[in-house]
Write a protein that binds this ligand. Structure first.
Ligand SMILES: Nc1ncnc2c1ncn2[C@@H]1O[C@H](COP(=O)(O)OP(=O)(O)OP(=O)(O)O)[C@@H](O)[C@H]1O
Length: 240
């Protein structure tokens, strides 16, 4: 049984087919990337898969269970990185993660360990609005991991970070995956997907154009990188 099985997902917003018949599977322990330009439908796909939105059609199963309608027992087993804007207001980094831990019934000690894992122990007493972009991203990842989920979903985790902060976050994401967790991320950085992901699904206009191992896709199409793969598949230059 795959960790994630998605079948025929569709979601429309008025005339816009944000997700237009998406099917894919993710194996246990896989690092899977959903990539595509702005507006491709990555975020909507992820929200449907996570069970945060109701699909118009199709279904997603996580660890063998349907993600919609939501089931608290299943939610306990998945971690969703929320945007920093979803933090509780005016709390310090430590207070944020302790609050998440308390909601999940996780001991405070575990919350402190997660702060250490993401390298934020020194910033534990800093209020969320005083953290840098990279620190806030790491705190949101720590909050998503505090209850030790088997599946981790990250929506554009490195957007807006400087190159060094991006690399640090890549190390953290690799470590999370190396612990045996299944990781799904969306990104519009093709270089990031090429470096991190075991397999990628390339999305455009609500559809998955191709799924594969980055190096195999590049070799198959006889091109240099994933940007060229996108160009070959769509006939358009990839623009962030
Ligand atoms: N709540 C909404 N109401 C109306 N239209 C929406 C809504 N959410 C997304 N859309 C539209 O659906 C399409 C897909 O959006 P989505 O955010 O899923 O793409 P994305 O690939 O994640 O893009 P980005 O990288 O910009 O976040 C876009 O055309 C977007 O404008």
């Amino acid at each position: 049984m795959p960790a994630i099985a998605v079948e025929g997902l569709r979601k429309r917003y008025g005339e816009v087919r944000a997700v237009d018949g998406v099917t894919f599977e993710v194996a246990h322990g896989e690092f899977y990337g959903i990539l595509g330009p702005n507006g491709a439908g990555k975020t909507t796909t992820l929200e449907l898969v996570e069970g945060l939105r109701e699909p118009d059609e199709g279904s997603a199963r996580l660890l063998g269970q349907p993600s919609w309608p939501r089931d608290p027992k299943l939610l306990r087993r998945i971690g969703v990185q929320l945007q920093a804007s979803a933090f509780f207001e005016k709390l310090t980094a430590r207070e944020q993660i302790h609050t998440f831990a308390a909601l999940y019934g996780v001991p405070a000690k575990r919350a402190d360990e997660m702060l250490e894992t993401v390298g934020l122990t020194e910033k534990a007493g800093t209020r969320d609005d005083k953290l840098s972009g990279g620190q806030a991203q790491r705190l949101s990842i720590a909050c998503a991991l505090v209850h030790d989920p088997e599946l981790v979903f990250l929506d554009e985790p490195t957007t807006g970070l400087d190159p060094q902060a991006r690399r640090n976050l890549w190390d953290l994401l690799r470590a999370i995956n190396a612990q045996g967790r299944t990781v799904v991320l969306t990104t519009h950085y093709l270089d990031e997907a090429e470096i991190l992901c075991d397999r990628v699904a390339i999305m455009d206009a609500g559809r998955i154009l191709r799924v594969g191992v980055p190096s195999e896709l590049i070799a198959e199409l006889g091109v240099k990188n994933l940007e060229d793969v996108f160009l070959q598949l769509t006939g358009r230059e990839y623009r962030e």
